[in-house]
Design a protein around this ligand. Structure first.
Ligand code: ZN
Length: 275
């Protein structure tokens, strides 16, 4: 029987009050099939140990969040970012994660164009290392509200152009996160386009609540907001995407709630999208 939860993965930051070990135990017991680690998880446990624990519990390690933040004013700053991304690739490798999510970065002090050039150069400087590690660098376009400091890559189309500029290298892909892309009238076309080009490597879900009171930490659980999740999920699957649907929610509201009940709510919401 095809189980809907077979394609459900959860980012550990979604249930931030839990340790990575607790996330593994709880997700596995709830029938979730994949986990995406965040680098802060490795402050207390090694990537290798956590990757093994997850697999022993029957979870697939889907990805590692996150690398990126390539733009910097100085050459030294840009090299420091590249070095840090190399370390993130090593951590993904050690955890057995086939993908590293990139929040590409931006600087309010310089033009978007300049930041985009530095992002391209930064990713290019990481490709060989990623290839050796067998890790895909997944460019995540961020909502334009983050264009000044978090990412100068703000749409699926821009991410696709960036992939193209990097010769559509097989170790570069796109992470489509509905929180950042739901507003885009070309979204479904770009999903299809990215899948056809072999670039659609990750799909992140959550919802957009009204009113949003915090630009970073007020994401909503699927079904609480205005994102057409059924429609977008269907487009992703019709495009041929076979990967996990990763729940990634930063929410002060949900972090302050009972995490066991929250996990049940996540599974309930996920099932509703698939119906
Ligand atoms: Zn995301």
């Amino acid at each position: 029987m095809n189980n809907i939860l077979d394609k459900l993965a959860i980012h550990t930051i979604t249930t931030k009050p839990w340790s990575a070990e607790e996330c593994i135990t709880k997700y596995s017991a709830a029938g979730v099939s994949g986990i995406t680690f965040w680098r802060y998880n490795f402050e207390t446990s090694s990537p290798r140990d956590l990757g093994n624990q997850a697999r022993d519990a029957g979870l697939e390690v889907v990805s590692l969040a996150r690398g990126g933040f390539f733009p910097a004013e100085t050459q030294l700053g840009r090299q420091t970012a590249i070095d840090d991304n190399h370390r993130a690739i090593d951590e993904a490798f050690e955890a057995g994660a086939p993908s590293l999510v990139l929040v590409c970065g931006a600087l309010a002090e310089q033009s978007l164009e300049k930041s985009r050039g530095q992002i391209q150069d930064g990713i290019a400087a990481c490709i060989e290392h990623a290839q050796q590690a067998g890790v895909i660098l997944a460019i995540e376009p961020l909502h334009p509200m983050y264009a000044e400091t978090r990412s100068a890559i703000n749409s699926m189309q821009q991410a696709a152009q960036l992939c193209q500029s990097l010769d559509n290298h097989p170790n570069v892909g796109i992470a489509c996160d509905v929180y950042h892309t739901w507003w885009d009238p070309t979204l479904e076309k770009e999903i299809e386009h990215a899948a056809k080009a072999g670039n659609l490597t990750a799909f992140h879900i959550c919802d957009w609540i009204t009113p949003t009171t915090d630009l970073l930490n007020d994401r909503a659980l699927m079904g609480e907001g205005c994102i057409e999740l059924k429609k977008i999920s269907a487009a992703v699957m019709e495009a041929g995407f076979k990967g996990h649907h990763e729940v990634e929610i930063f929410s002060n509201r949900w972090w302050g709630s009972d995490q066991d009940q929250y996990l049940s709510a996540i599974i309930h919401s996920f099932n509703n999208i698939q119906k």
